[in-house]
Design a binder for this molecule. Structure first.
Ligand code: RP5
Length: 167
């Protein structure tokens, strides 16, 4: 099923991931992307993870963002059951500073890619999802260009104020 509005699925392995995932949600809201949020664990609710990924395309989702920490298998398991693009967000949730999550998500075997952002890189996950969606929804490209322009102007302002403060 395809809709005329961009639609993303946001999944996290635990509610403890939500403080980081909020940054993804803020980006999706800012770009007016339709989205659904769920807590689904690859380990604690494996059947639900498989079913969700198998049905995601039929439900109209066009990209999946999956955040998980520790032995972070959620993005990879979802990617195993769908051909939709999956963006993985490694969560810094354990004693290993997120390196465990990062390697669990990024080191996918050939054939099942997961686009992995930085540890706790939830904002970039949202932006990457918007960029993927912009291939189909051209108006998102204009919004992304405007976003980059405002970022550029903010840095120029910071440059001015830092130099003013130093001298
Ligand atoms: C992962 O284990 C979750 O994504 C979370 O980052 C981590 C810890 O989960 P909780 O024990 O806080 O529920 O599956």
């Amino acid at each position: 099923m395809s809709s005329d509005k961009p639609k993303a699925a946001v999944i996290m392995g635990s509610d403890s991931d939500l403080p980081v995932v909020r940054k993804t949600i803020e980006v999706l809201k800012a770009f007016e992307i339709d989205f659904e949020v769920n807590v689904i664990s690859a380990h604690r609710t494996p059947d639900r993870a498989a079913d969700y990924a198998k049905n995601a395309e039929e439900k109209g989702f066009e990209v999946i963002i999956a955040a998980a920490g520790k032995a972070a298998h959620l993005p990879g398991v979802l990617a195993a059951f769908t051909t939709l693009p999956v963006i993985g967000v490694p969560i810094k949730s354990s004693t290993l500073d997120g390196l465990d999550s990062l390697l669990s998500i990024v080191q996918m075997p050939s054939g099942i890619p997961v686009a992995t952002v930085a540890v706790d890189g939830a904002e970039n996950a949202g932006l990457l999802a918007v960029q993927i969606l912009s291939v189909k929804y051209g108006y998102l490209r204009d919004k992304l260009k405007a976003y980059k322009e405002s970022m550029k102007e903010a840095v120029i302002e910071k440059d001015k104020s830092v130099r003013k403060e130093v001298f």
